[in-house]
Design a protein around this ligand. Structure first.
Ligand code: FES
Ligand code: FES
Length: 216
């Protein structure tokens, strides 16, 4: 038997053995009892789950596909379209909402994870006739151009000032033993997850700084 033929044989045996092992593993995996979600997915149907949380002060209850993000629950199920879908990958901040006082990217979290939580969207901060101070400051300082990132910017800015007031440090905080103070560096670091493709950053910073001057 030539050397190359012997090598070919052993390579075939190896491939056949590997395939058998994979097939056996899949059979064992299928045989194991799967979670209800896995069973539903395997059967090609959505796995539904009940969830209830408060949105802008109103109690809401849904039965949702467990894969629904908080962003899609807000936009598609509650028709609160003020919260924007920019990247859907946690990279732009357009979908920022406030959950139990903390800002989060609603595209990166599943709605079913928020049972019992309190969610605030841009619609819950203020109305055109009765704007939140941060909304009013954005209008005054022209802190937007197309406005697509603006709801996320405003929700984030509101939460940022609360973070600073609560003494939560950031990567830009120089002295962790001193009280956290508002500064341009703190503002830019904390707002860095909110991208503005129109580049309205200087006006956004002016708006937030004005509100911070009154609050922090
Ligand atoms: Fe969520 Fe961009 S849409 S971070
Ligand atoms: Fe257009 Fe920010 S105002 S993306």
């Amino acid at each position: 038997m030539s050397k190359s033929f012997a090598f070919e044989l052993s390579r075939r045996k190896l491939l056949a053995g590997t395939a058998a092992t994979v097939a056996l593993g899949a059979t064992v995996g299928n045989a194991k009892a799967q979670t209800p979600i896995a069973q539903a997915l395997a059967a090609g149907r959505p796995s539904l789950s009940k969830v209830s949380f408060t949105v802008n002060g109103a109690a809401r209850e849904f039965e949702l596909d467990t894969r629904t993000t908080l962003l899609d629950a807000l936009r598609e199920h509650l028709h609160l379209t003020g919260t924007k879908k920019g990247c859907d990958h946690g990279q732009c901040g357009a979908c920022t909402v406030i959950v139990d006082g903390r800002r989060i990217n609603s595209c990166l979290t599943l709605a079913v994870m928020h049972d019992g939580d309190s969610v605030t969207t841009i619609e819950g901060l203020g109305t055109p006739d009765n704007m939140h101070p941060m909304q009013a400051a954005f209008v005054k300082h022209d802190g937007y151009q197309c406005g697509y990132c603006t709801p996320g910017q405003i929700c984030s800015a509101v939460a940022v000032l609360d973070e600073i007031k609560s003494g939560i440090p950031s990567h830009a905080t120089a002295d962790l033993n001193a009280p956290v103070a508002f500064s341009n560096a703190e503002l830019r670091e904390r707002m860095s997850g909110n991208i503005c493709r129109c580049g309205a950053y200087s006006n956004i910073a002016e708006a937030i700084t004005e509100v911070a001057g009154r609050q922090v």
